[in-house]
Write a protein that binds this ligand. Structure first.
Ligand code: ADP
Ligand code: ZN
Ligand code: MG
Length: 490
């Protein structure tokens, strides 16, 4: 961090300093230290065993797949994967933690010292990753009653299905300078984790949670006292909660007060932040190495193997799409951000002009997918069929507007494009036929035709419109315009 020279108070810039902490469920089949399956939405307490229920004497075994996924996430985030990591006991008492401690990593995490590139405007900004470590999730408290929260509930139940789910904590450096950039960082992280298959990162399933630490930089450039916004389950709320908390801190500082270190809660409904607990109640977790587990070893060959099996990252793919297919920065970003969409696009681009393929995939097709909530993998418009539609436009069989109709029909029915063209009679009118139709349009609209001859170009649009009606949209608008101009000699 660079030092800034001290400024008079009235020139204070109130610069925001933000660091994020993420908790991410790893996409393993089984839990972190036992063989119980990881599931979502199953009947409560149906995936438990003595290990994840914390029975005395039950012994944990490290899930090797979790180590692989953690290291892969670290590589995707440009971290060093350390040669060994050590699990430790983090002691605290809470009903959702039956052992009385959580097995986590403390002073020897699996990964350290990386960064993530965050798209900002046209460019990218780098946010440092301090560390990435592995742990187990706690069980889930379910509060019975109308409020859905502990306060005002009639009973609290515990679902141990979630207890022991492999969890990865990722901590960023305090490099983020605005609530918008915090949201962009969270989005970029989610994209990277999904791209390399480390986690589905579905926030609605609680697979990704985010805490935000925030402060205002002191006038002398040093860090101010931070507060922490806990457990936000939507990136929109991360952004809004941070904006609200920054406003609160700025008001305190502007009126000569001091920010107290605290854990805050953001209530999106009231757009308000309020303190959950202050520093005095801070935990002392009395960490010590987990005596039932040996250190995990991550030799360089193992790390290298993971690196080689790692799928392409969205940022790399975006750059490749620009150079390999000549796409605009916008199209490249839209198509590269989502792996299934990117794979679909590349399959189309193999058989059709890459730019046309990009236009149709990122435009018309994506609109149909979004409107109907269909994942691209389930689209009845396969890459082959979309390439087929593009070819029908390319060889003049159908106009662009008719092609949209074909696309919508193929999307609905899964027919072959050519079959739709025939069934719907969408083939483009051929030149002789079109010429005849246009002669008719001129004959039926003599006044307008005369005005176009006289140089009133804006009237041409009306004649084009009439011609499109007469051909029922099967003619290409540009061609109609051209031929009309020729016929009217202007
Ligand atoms: P703690 O000891 O309170 O857990 P850490 O140093 O471990 O604090 O940092 C936790 C998170 O807070 C990290 O994401 C870090 O980037 C961020 N952070 C640290 N200091 C500040 C600060 N002054 N303002 C905002 N965020 C900060
Ligand atoms: Zn278990
Ligand atoms: Mg910390």
């Amino acid at each position: 961090m660079t030092e800034t020279t001290e400024r008079p108070a009235e020139e204070r810039t109130y610069e925001a300093v933000i660091g994020l902490e993420f908790h991410v469920h790893l996409a393993t089949k089984t839990k972190m230290f036992c063989g119980c399956r990881v599931t979502y939405g199953d009947e409560p307490n149906t995936h438990t065993c003595p290990v994840c229920l914390g029975h005395p004497g039950a012994l944990p075994v490290i899930n090797e797949r979790a180590l692989e996924l953690g290291a892969t996430a670290g590589l995707a985030l440009n971290c060093t994967v350390n040669e060994r990591s050590v699990f430790a006991r983090k002691n605290y008492f809470y009903p959702d933690l039956p052992k009385g401690y959580q097995i986590s990593q403390y002073d020897e995490p699996i990964c350290t010292g990386g960064y993530i590139e965050v798209p900002v405007g046209e460019g990218t900004e780098r946010v440092g990753i301090t560390r990435l470590h592995l742990e187990e999730d706690a069980a889930k408290n379910v509060h019975v009653g109308e409020s859905g929260r502990m306060h005002g509930s009639t009973a609290s139940l515990i679902d141990f299905n979630r207890g022991g789910t492999p969890l990865m904590e990722i901590v960023t450096e305090p490099d983020i300078t605005s609530p918008e950039a915090a949201r962009a960082t969270a989005n970029a992280l989610k994209e990277v984790l999904r791209a390399v298959g480390v986690s589905e990162a579905d926030m609605e399933k609680g697979q990704l949670r985010c805490d935000a630490n925030v402060s205002i930089r002191n006038p002398d450039g040093s860090f101010g006292t931070k507060t922490e916004l806990k457990n936000m389950n939507s990136f929109r709320f991360v952004e809004r909660g941070l904006a609200r908390e920054l406003e609160r801190q700025r008001e305190i500082l502007a009126s000569g007060g001091r920010v107290e270190q605290a854990t805050m809660h953001y209530d999106p409904e009231r757009d308000e932040v309020y303190p959950l607990r202050s520093k005095e109640e801070a935990h002392d977790y009395r960490y010590f190495p987990e005596p039932d587990l040996l250190p995990a070893l991550h030799p360089p060959e193992w790390v290298e193997g993971l690196r080689q099996r790692m799928p392409e990252l969205p940022e790399d793919r975006r750059r490749r799409f620009e150079s390999e297919y000549g796409l605009s920065a916008y199209d490249a970003r839209v198509l590269a951000s989502d792996r299934p969409l990117a794979e679909f696009y590349e399959a189309v681009a193999k058989e059709a002009d890459p730019k046309q393929a990009a236009n149709w995939t990122s435009g018309d097709l994506r609109a149909l997918l979004n409107d109907s909530g269909t994942p691209v993998e389930e689209s009845k418009v396969t890459p082959e069929r979309l390439a087929g539609i593009i070819a029908l436009v390319g060889d003049g069989t159908v106009s662009r507007s008719a092609a949209k109709t074909v696309l919508a029909e193929v999307f609905r029915t899964g027919e072959e494009p050519r079959a739709v063209v025939e069934r719907e009679g969408l083939a483009q009118t051929d030149s002789d036929e079109l010429s005849g139709i246009l002669d008719g349009v001129i004959a039926q609209n003599p006044e307008e035709a005369e005005r176009v001859r006289g140089g009133e170009k804006k009237v041409l649009g009306f004649l084009v419109g009439q011609a499109m009606k007469a051909t029922r949209g099967k003619a290409d608008g540009g061609r109609v315009r051209e031929i009309l101009l020729e016929k009217l000699g202007s």
